[in-house]
Design a protein around this ligand. Sequence first.
Ligand code: PMP
Length: 305
Amino acid sequence: MSQNYPEWIWQNGQIKHWREATVHVMAHALHYGSSVFEGIRSYETPDGAAIFRLTDHLKRLYLSAKIYDMDIGYSVDELAEACRAVVKKNGLKAAYLRPVSFRDLGGFGLSAECPISTAVAAWQMGPYLGPEALENGIDACVSSWQRFAPNTIPAGAKAGGNYLSGQLIAREARRLGFGEGIALASTGLLSEGAGENLFLVFDGALHTTPASASILTGITRHTLITLAREDGIEVIERDLPREYLYLADEILMCGTAAEVTPIRSVDGKKIGSGKAGPVTRRLQELFFGLFDGKTADRWGWLEPV
Ligand code: PMP
């Protein structure tokens, strides 16, 4: 087992030992990818452990569920309480939380009205793209796999099946020796990383791909847009052609797991000086500052455990 699982998992209203928190092999979601989920981090802050933008993540879970006609059956408050309970019960502080709702056992047709099950797990997780990634950056490549078109699968839902695309992109990149893959949209324009949103810096301004580019509109993306604008950094949401990757002064990827990761090269071409540039460093400072108290949380993003 490569993952060091914590002992306790919340499943359908009960905290269970992880060995008991299982699903039947005939569950709909296992066969058809019919799950929606979230990835959320908690951080240790000077005021104790806090779950970062817990409510916003859970709201997105409900939006994903709405797209797929899934009735989660618990309120946001009940699931927020489940998230807190899992962190507490496992004695975690800085952790990664994974709420997941899915079509469970109860029918095998594609449109079967299966009962919806929900679980929340949490575990310790370091920097997702490797121990050095936040400091030194990573080497990325453009994937030979494109993201799904907007009229194929809705990228705005964080659904299990979407991550077949992410697996192809990430596995190809790793096989070729890169830290992460960046995908183009079906339009041929830039979309996002396998599991991260993308920001390019030109002349001190941040450029990021829009919702129409088959991206998941990340909560970290929204956080960085907010922090940057507050700090006087211009942010432009726009379509970006592939070659802009090679021309940017700086590039960074962001996501709950990846946090704020500099990109030092794309397809073997060095980005800027090949190190994290000043705008990336400033965003890292503002973002991680939320958790050590250096950036004032004026938005109520830190939700106490
Ligand atoms: N895009 C994809 C495809 C992702 O899986 C993620 C991670 N959830 C993101 C972007 C970043 O989203 P967030 O900042 O909300 O974690």
